[in-house]
Ligand binder design. Structure first.
Ligand code: TYM
Length: 343
């Protein structure tokens, strides 16, 4: 872990990360992010946020959004997020995120946002019809983190560009108003073997909650049979598994499956290849399915148990929201003072 941000700032170290309540959580979300959030709780004060305002940048059925927010909260607790020691809440419980995002809308430049690859991917060909919220989405992300002066942000590889933009916003804010180290220049933490889990149907595409094919992803809610079936049907190539990493050249599907296996069995890709390299996909897929089921089954069971008491989840989120507001309130007061608002 690098400590560049924390060593250059007077502010205390604080972890912030977020996850959207859209569709089912996938193995990509789990291996790329959530799993890394858990051990960080031992070293840092952590704030984990279900970003429902971000979800609204594309159309959401209200009842579906509400359910998904509770599901994601339950999944995070089931994975080991401690909502008593740390803060777990949904974004809309703290209006400071949206207010700070407005100031950042006035700091970030059109050119910066125009370069965001995720906007281009999500807006697709019909850019004119994308919501303006989708365009300024990274400003809200910066606000999520900086409303608490977050210093470390654990994410998967796909969020790196957004976090670079958040750093640029922090630097420009500090410079424009002449307030050195007002916001810390946050540090992305991209951890583990599986920082970019790919689709099971196409090893060149990211595994995503929004992929139209459910066979492309493993959901945290899939049962053992579904997981085994999806892995059995996962795209591969006719060769045996390679024996070293160089053998992954032009074999994205093989690389993806071995990377997932390595992450699930807590080893590096190199050591995983020592175990499974040279073998046939058929036997390996069975091994991979067993590892995935062993890992995910306890999480799914616990998640379903927690979802039996929705009122308790809402209580946890409300309490988290209250604690989050108490942390951001003095920071937002300083921001208003700094930019010249009369209150
Ligand atoms: P979201 O909801 O798309 O994903 C949540 C986390 O999961 C990671 N992830 C993956 N990692 C590896 N392989 C994959 N296939 C994969 N798919 C998703 C993401 O990198 C992310 O860490 N904009 C963010 C949410 C957000 C946020 C924030 C994150 C809002 N505000 C502030 C950090 C800090 C997003 O849409 O993540």
């Amino acid at each position: 872990m690098t400590d560049a941000a924390s060593s250059a700032t007077k502010h205390p170290q604080r972890v912030f990360s977020g996850i959207q309540p859209t569709g089912n959580l996938t193995l990509g979300n789990y291996l790329g992010a959530i799993r890394n959030w858990v051990p960080l709780q031992e070293k840092f004060d952590c704030i984990y946020c279900v970003v429902d305002l971000h979800a609204l940048t594309v159309w959401q059925e209200p009842a579906t959004l509400r359910d998904a927010t509770r599901q994601v909260a339950a999944a995070l607790i089931a994975c080991g997020i401690d909502a008593d020691k740390h803060i777990l809440f949904n974004q809309s419980q703290n209006p400071d995120h949206a207010e700070l995002a407005w100031y950042f809308n006035c700091v970030a430049r059109m050119g910066w946002l125009n370069r965001m690859t995720q906007f281009k991917e999500k807006a697709g060909k019909n850019k004119e019809n994308a919501s303006t919220g989708l365009f300024v989405y990274p400003n809200l992300m910066a606000a999520d983190i900086l409303a608490y002066r977050g210093t470390h942000v654990p994410v998967g590889e796909d969020q790196k560009q957004h976090l670079e933009l958040a750093r640029d916003i922090a630097i420009k804010f500090n410079n424009d108003w002449g307030v050195e180290d007002f916001f810390p220049v946050l540090e992305p933490l991209i951890l583990g073997e599986a920082t970019r889990v790919m689709s099971l149907r196409d090893g060149t595409k990211k595994m995503s909650k929004s992929d139209p094919s459910d066979m492309a992803r493993i959901n945290l809610t899939d049962d053992a049979d579904t997981i085994a079936k999806k892995i059995r049907k996962a795209k591969t190539d006719p060769e045996n598994l390679p024996t070293d990493k160089d053998g992954f050249k032009d074999r994205p599907e093989a690389q993806n499956l071995v990377t997932i296996y390595a992450a699930l069995t807590n080893q590096t890709v190199e050591t995983a290849l020592r175990e499974v390299g040279g073998g046939q996909f058929g036997a390996f897929k069975q091994q991979l399915a067993d590892a995935a089921v062993a890992h995910l089954e306890p999480i799914t069971t616990e998640m379903n148990r927690l979802l039996e008491d929705v009122a308790e989840i809402d209580r946890i989120l409300a309490k988290g929201g209250e604690r989050a507001r108490a942390l951001s309130a003095p920071i937002l007061a300083e921001v208003r003072e700094t930019v010249g608002l009369v209150r």
